[in-house]
Design a protein around this ligand. Sequence first.
Ligand code: ADP
Ligand code: MG
Length: 259
Amino acid sequence: MHIFAIANQKGGVGKTTTAVNLAAALAMSGQRTLLVDLDPQGNATMGSGVEKRDLKASVYQVLLQMATLESARKRSPQGNYDVLPANRDLAGAEVELVDLDLREMRLKGALTQHKDDYDFVLIDCPPSLSMLTLNGLCAAHGVIIPMQCEYYALEGLSDLVNTIKKVHANLNRDLKIIGLLRVMFDPRNTLSNQVSDQLVQHFGDKVFKTLVPRNVRLAEAPSYGVPGVLFDKAAKGAQAYMTFAAELIERVNSWKEAA
Ligand code: ADP
Ligand code: MG
């Protein structure tokens, strides 16, 4: 089981879009996949076609050990993957976890019990470097960082990289950066190309080859509760996420060969 956190402390950079579409694309490739929604906004939940308002249990109860993962997980009706859903309840977890033992290891604990159920677990992190994101980073083997190639993209990236280094040093020796994914990319924009080149200079092979273009069909899909890769399979954005899933699977397989 490969557990990847999709993280970037900035909001609106494409984390949830990447989490939902990658989950659906992996499922389409035959991978048993779980998507964990760690954002109280519940966008990954809704985008997967799971209604966040009528949940008996959510990731919140799982983190507080008031419910099991089995009882809280739902199936994405069209996506063919499982979702550990979230809603506004989760906003309280931040405070409630503070005084608890092993507060940053709660998600890891829940996932460890299900390590034979899935090939991939994707964790959609909230736009902060909070206790929730920390739970995501402690549970994960790697981080996928979606990046919008604009002027301020590199600003803040060092905070995330430093947080990942600290978690690696103190809490989770398995954690590494799997890669940076360029999203909402506009190839006609000179600045996008410059920022993209800078990313490759800094991070080399860590930058995924796949470029996800700006594509309105990806933005429309969530309001139908259907992942973009299924909503309009022919759209450029959908195809990019399919290519990205294949690239990720290839990367994972190359570690197995190296081991
Ligand atoms: P985050 O989870 O980082 O806050 P989202 O995935 O919710 O970011 O994306 C922010 C907004 O941008 C959403 O409205 C989403 O539909 C839109 N969006 C994300 N990726 C794309 C894309 N490749 N093309 C067009 N719109 C996109
Ligand atoms: Mg989000």
